[in-house]
Design a protein around this ligand. Structure first.
Ligand code: TEU
Ligand code: CA
Length: 629
């Protein structure tokens, strides 16, 4: 039991304490040394809160301590046997169906468009596809608001098209996972429709309703991720309903066993069809603290959302995940990757260690912003931070856990633009990121367009942006925060999810997508070529690159050199993380150079070449010594 009389070190030794403290340090832009320093470690929490002042009030400490003490397991070793699995070897590719490929010229990507690109994906070397939602939906949040879990959205095609896609994917030796969005449904889902229409309906308890006494104050202070209160008023029914996301995405009450059974049935229905697993949307939000108590205001203002600590690691999260694993995933040997915003490494271990039978992997997001920054800020991402972040996970995540490796998805601006807005560097950065993604230890998730070197788009006005998150934020900034339209648009431009959702420029000169000049994204052919080569390398030397050991050889400002070693031999990767030139000084003489990405000159080699002693901006070199040599 951790109390205010415990020390900082004692708190940091617990799983939740460790991750919560780290999260706070990240928000404040501070390094871990701020707590690992023994002088601070010996301090009592009570004293620390006194010193920290308003930013970290004691009430915040209480909120964190109750989370910390709710987790009983603080000694998980996660050091079990490292088992082989197809999903550890696979390269995944995320498809955002609306903007992947349009087959019938209506401007909306569709299932037949995906079928038409399977050869391309196969040649790229992709092993498994993750489809963002294709279910029936009113599209308030582009399909993450589901109206019918067992039906395909007509814009995307029919169930026959889906079956054909699945069949062709399997015939090509690939796999397919779907998106499981079960923290919430659309308000147009029949469950919700019945729930709101009839207080006596059995669906009433599928959601979170609170009586509306006519006052203006919502039932608690939780805020939505898409601006404003997390409560929507339903005047005819005289109730408030909870929605953590848009006003049309109503949160399901997982404490109701009937909800959990219906979800498990639906998951089994798709697994019976043959899909190979699921990516599980905000799956760590499914268990809310009983009674839905107010969130801590200090945590709310630090994180940007009030109430998160009441549901991002809720009391029954592990139990519900384990139950779903037993009822559905385990029976089919299906794969799961949970989208888990806010979860750090120690909590991720508790969610993914194989012996716990909950999830196979998670997407944790702390690598996406440099400490002290948020997505809606215009700043330059620091790859030195990525190096330290990834090294920490490589060294401490544990042999019975397995990590996902990604830089992009449909919720974020393109990483290469964040690292360096100068297009002259985009090819080098795209290749550097790919080289790390395919040679670090974990499962790579390529987001559509990564392999084309796509960068952010130069949207010129809010009218070009349709995403609900951006639109709501823009309204909040202009109407409540007193920003001018120009200031607000600059914020949106930095962080909007729309950058990642533009139709892929398969052939920008023709077809249904004929963007205005300023939204035309450039395809970098050499990036695609390099993706193919790197994915091939990962496959060829999978005993080393997938299952082998990881060790850092050199780590200093702008430099990251690491070694993978295993049954196929050793592979050394040398990265220049900045736009300045770096002295290489690195000559692994007994290794031969396999790859170098010196500025605009790609080298895919066999044997030695005279490499310059200086690394170009963002250059990466890969060296190898085969086991037999
Ligand atoms: O995203 C959840 C989520 O937390 C993000 O939208 C988050 O607010 C943002 O990335 C902060 O960095 C998932 C889906 O990926 C997203 O597309 C949906 O809008 C959301 O859930 C609701 O289903
Ligand atoms: Ca179409």
């Amino acid at each position: 039991m951790i109390t205010l009389d415990s020390t900082v070190a004692e708190l940091y030794a617990t799983a939740v304490g460790h991750d919560a403290v780290k999260k706070i340090l990240l928000q404040l832009g501070l390094s871990e040394k701020a707590v690992t320093n023994p002088l601070i470690g010996r301090r009592r929490l009570r004293t620390l809160f006194k010193l920290a002042g308003k930013r970290i009030p004691a009430s915040m400490g209480d909120a964190i301590l109750s989370l910390v003490n709710a987790e009983q397991v603080n000694d998980l070793k996660a050091d079990g046997e490292q088992k082989k699995a197809w999903w550890k070897e696979a390269v995944f590719y995320q498809i955002y169906p609306r903007s992947f490929c349009d087959s019938n010229g209506d401007g909306i990507g569709d299932l037949r468009g995906i079928i038409g690109r399977l050869d391309y994906l196969k040649e790229l070397g992709v092993d498994a596809l993750w489809l963002s939602p294709v279910y029936d939906s009113p599209n308030d949040d582009n399909g993450y608001d589901i109206r019918d879990y067992r039906k395909i959205l007509p814009e995307f095609g029919t169930m026959e098209d889906f079956d054909e896609l699945l069949d062709k994917v399997h015939k090509k030796g690939m796999r397919l996972i779907m998106d499981l969005v079960v923290n919430h449904t659309s308000d147009e889902h029949p469950w919700f429709q019945e729930a709101i229409a009839d207080p006596a309906s059995k669906y009433r308890d599928y959601y979170f309703f609170r009586p509306d006494d006519g006052g203006d104050t919502p039932p608690n202070n939780w805020t939505s991720f898409f601006s404003g209160s997390a409560w929507r008023r339903f005047p005819d029914a005289h109730v408030w309903g909870l929605h953590l996301f848009s006003t049309k995405q109503m949160d399901l009450n997982w404490d109701n066993p009937a909800v959990r059974s219906d979800v498990a049935d639906m998951v089994n229905w798709w697994l019976d069809k043959g899909v190979d697993g699921f990516r599980m949307d905000v799956i760590n939000y499914i268990s809310k603290e009983a009674g839905l108590p107010d969130g801590n205001e200090a945590i709310g203002s630090m994180m940007g959302y009030t109430g998160v600590e009441k549901y991002y690691y809720g009391p029954n999260l592990h139990a519900y995940l384990h139950e779903l694993h037993e009822r559905a995933f385990a029976r089919h040997g299906a794969f799961s990757v949970g989208e888990t915003p806010g979860i750090g490494m120690r909590m991720a271990q508790l969610l993914t260690a194989q012996e716990r039978e909950e999830l196979d992997m998670v997407f944790s997001f702390d690598q996406l912003e440099t400490p002290g920054h948020t997505r809606f800020e215009d700043y330059r991402y620091d790859l030195n931070y990525y190096r330290d972040y990834i090294t920490d996970w490589m060294e401490h995540y544990g042999t019975s856990c397995w990590m996902s490796l990604f830089y992009n998805n449909h919720d974020n601006p393109r990483m290469i633009s964040k690292v360096d807005p100068d297009p002259a560097h985009h090819q080098a950065i795209a290749i550097l990121l790919a080289a790390m993604q395919f040679t670090l230890k974990g499962t790579p998730f390529v987001f559509q367009g990564d392999e084309m070197g796509l960068a952010n788009a130069s949207f010129q006005s809010i009218d070009e942006i349709s995403d609900v998150e951006s639109k709501n934020l823009y309204a909040e900034l202009t109407q409540e925060k007193g920003m001018s339209p120009e200031q607000a648009f600059a914020v949106i431009l930095a962080g909007t999810r729309e950058h990642a959702r533009l139709p892929l420029p398969w052939n920008s000169k023709s077809g249904s997508w004929d963007p205005p000049e300023h939204l035309r994204q450039k395809v970098l052919e050499d990036v695609t070529k390099t993706y193919r080569w790197l994915i091939g390398l990962r496959r060829k030397y999978r005993n080393t690159l997938v299952y082998g050991d990881f060790a850092v050889l050199r780590r200093k400002k702008g430099v990251f050199v690491y070694r993978r070693s295993g049954e196929d031999g050793t592979i050394i990767v040398e990265c220049s993380l900045t736009e300045g030139q770096q002295r290489s000084g690195f000559r692994p003489d007994d290794h031969r150079l396999l790859f170098a990405s010196a500025d605009r000159r790609l080298y895919f080699g066999e044997g030695h070449v005279g490499m310059s002693t200086a690394l170009d901006p963002y250059e990466v070199r890969i060296w190898m010594k085969n086991a037999a040599e």
